[in-house]
Design a binder for this molecule. Structure first.
Ligand code: CTP
Ligand code: MG
Length: 181
């Protein structure tokens, strides 16, 4: 597979995990998941992780996977790149894993004394992708093994932080986010 085909494939399979965080930024608000609870003198997760953002983000990613399934035959015939369809388990695991990874990162940020919105370089850019991949591997193992070759995983781990930085800077410039990360 050419590098360009690998890149298209990486974007295709990760789109359902990329969209949830952005959807959560737009939809977020309301009751925080931790309900205001603290651990020691710090919040468990903080006000940046809400039920509405998490549910809407997960549904947005699953809906996108559904849309990609509809588009898949056309993409294969026009681009000639063998992008896969998403089984139901992956349609849910990719966005849900992305949201859980982001939530886990908030937990780590609070434990390490970082306030809501503080940056944690490295963690911020990969938390969602890693947990999305691990959860998908657990709930859809045969699909995962047939799609995610070692080469594809390397491309994903390289391009995901780049996309994350670019989308967050854009979201900040357009006024959706309070911080550019
Ligand atoms: N958001 C949400 N629910 C989520 C994730 C995000 O409601 N599960 C919304 C919140 O309004 C949040 C915004 O999206 O403030 C930006 O998301 P993110 O950068 O992940 O959160 P932060 O505010 O930076 O909080 P933290 O430091 O805990 O990551
Ligand atoms: Mg943030």
């Amino acid at each position: 597979m050419s590098p360009l085909e690998l890149l298209v494939l990486a974007i295709w399979v990760m789109l359902p995990a990329y969209v949830p965080n952005n959807a959560a930024v737009v939809a977020g608000g309301g009751r925080p998941i931790d309900g205001g609870r603290t651990m020691g003198d710090r919040r468990l997760l903080g006000d940046g992780k809400t039920w509405r953002g998490t549910v809407v983000g997960t549904l947005a990613g699953a809906a996108l996977a559904y849309l990609l399934n509809l588009l898949q035959p056309t993409v294969v015939s026009f681009l000639g790149i063998g992008v896969p369809t998403f089984p139901l388990a992956a349609m849910i695991a990719l966005p849900l894993g992305a949201m859980l990874g982001d939530i886990a990162a908030s937990f780590i940020k609070r434990r390490t004394g970082r306030k809501r919105g503080a940056a944690f370089p490295g963690l911020d850019q990969l938390d969602f992708a890693v947990v999305a991949l691990v959860l998908t591997a657990v709930v859809a193992p045969s699909w995962f093994l047939s799609v995610f070759t070692a080469g594809l995983l390397v491309v994903i781990l390289v391009v995901t932080p780049i996309f994350h930085v670019v989308t967050n800077v854009l979201a900040y410039l357009f006024g959706f986010k309070h911080e550019p990360w």
